[in-house]
Design a protein around this ligand. Structure first.
Ligand SMILES: *Cc1c(COP(=O)(O)O)cnc(C)c1O
Length: 404
């Protein structure tokens, strides 16, 4: 993402003129990060060197999991987890429709079928009762999404999976650093998937990770991200020295040493990044929880979200100009609002492939109509937060009058 550029004159101490919007999210790169990357550029290894193992160990330790396997993106990591879980043609996995399309796409890559289940009205994460309704004899996995960084209802989901012998692949691409009942997200589900895209909590440019406590999943993940080539050192030592065996159809999904060096440096600031995001969320919520036209995001008891997004819900009955009116007014005020997410089953590809399921997930679809994502990122300044607060107040005032 391009950094916001302030017009010349800032250095001279004149008033700053905003020439780029405050984005909904963006990365922060320090001099220390740059030095860490440069060090790799001067080294023997650009890819699959010491930084990969070091970053994997650091992420595993950070989330409290036994294993962490890096991938070239969060999407590739999701694909790897679906492979490691053994899902194939005809198998079903229950997932949320209110997510980025990659969550469901990763099942299709392996020939498996995403079966959507509706979400809870407060957190907009998978509703365990709805999962139960959608489970069939073909169901092999549940893919909960930690929407906006708020953990899914993991107690119920893990109990349900246990009772039915299902594998839980948690899409925590929005939830690195979140806590559920005082435990880090990353070692609760069978596999947990993270993304290091620049809008997320730490970045490697592009990158992702699967964390797990199960050695067999870790082994399959490592094989899958390296063309399906078996990694067994015993096998190698008993054969010709050049021998290796490709035993499954894998991909080149490796994350480079360059990316991992950046990730290692960024990971040092994860706690600080989350703390900053939480402080911004608290400031927003304190102002907006009393307002009639806005519903701030819910935080359930015992949960500490990672605040990837700050999605509000608008009371459309009080806003004759609708969400589009509020959206337009905020974009005009240079506030980079967005909408997360267009329900996956409503995308043309999914409608063509699986039939038009619109209307089948009323909570997700209803929430989608009201959702608006406001800027939240760790580099956001107090002044930028104030600007957003003022712009939202103004936009709501304008949108609450009929047009014209
Ligand atoms: C960001 C994200 C992904 C994809 O991650 P990439 O690293 O961009 O491939 C998948 N699922 C969710 C919920 C995400 O937010």
């Amino acid at each position: 993402m391009t950094p916001r550029i302030l017009a010349a004159g800032a250095a001279a101490g004149r008033r700053l003129v905003r020439t780029r919007p405050i984005p909904y999210g963006r990365h922060l790169i320090t001099e220390e990060d740059i030095e860490a990357v440069v060090e790799v550029l001067r080294s023997e290894w650009l890819t699959t060197g010491p930084k990969v193992a070091a970053f994997e160990e650091a992420v595993a330790a950070s989330v409290g999991a036994r294993y962490a396997v890096s991938f070239s993106s969060g999407t590739a990591a999701l694909h790897g987890a679906v492979f490691a879980a053994g899902l194939g043609p005809g198998d079903e996995a229950v997932t949320s429709p209110l997510t980025f399309c990659a969550t469901a796409n990763c099942l299709l890559y392996q020939g498996a079928v995403p079966v959507f289940a509706d979400v809870l009205p407060d957190t907009l994460t998978l509703d365990p009762a709805e999962i139960r309704r959608r489970v069939t004899p073909r169901t092999k996995a549940i893919l909960p999404v930690d929407y906006a960084g708020h953990p899914a209802d993991l107690d119920d989901i893990l109990a349900l999976a246990e009772a039915r012998g299902l594998i839980v692949i948690e899409d925590a691409c929005q939830a690195l650093g979140a806590r559920f009942r005082d435990r880090r997200i990353g070692a609760l589900s069978h596999m947990t998937v993270f993304s290091f895209h620049p809008v997320k909590h730490i970045t490697t440019g592009e990158g992702g990770m699967v964390t797990t406590n199960y050695p067999e999943f870790a082994r399959r993940l490592r094989m899958f991200r390296n063309h399906g080539i078996a990694q067994d050192p015993h096998e190698r030592s008993t054969r010709e020295p050049w021998h290796y065996e490709m035993v499954a159809l894998g991909y080149n999904y490796r994350l480079s040493d360059i990316g991992c060096a950046l990730g290692l440096s960024q990971l040092k600031r994860l706690e600080a990044n989350i703390a900053r995001r939480r402080a911004i969320a608290e400031r927003y919520t304190a102002v907006w929880q009393g307002l009639p036209c806005i519903r701030p995001p819910t935080v359930r008891a015992g949960v500490s979200p990672a605040w990837h997004l700050y999605p509000i819900r608008l009371d459309l009955a009080a806003l004759p100009q609708g969400r589009a009116g509020v959206f337009r007014a905020l974009r005009e005020a240079q506030i980079g609002v967005a909408v997360h997410h267009i329900p996956v089953h409503t995308h043309p590809y999914y409608r063509q492939r699986f039939g038009d399921q619109r209307g089948a997930y009323p909570v997700a679809e209803g929430a989608y109509e009201e959702l608006l994502t406001l800027p939240i990122f760790h580099a956001m300044t107090d002044e930028e937060v104030s600007e957003v607060l003022a712009a939202v107040e103004d936009a709501l005032r304008r949108a609450s009058h009929p047009e014209g």
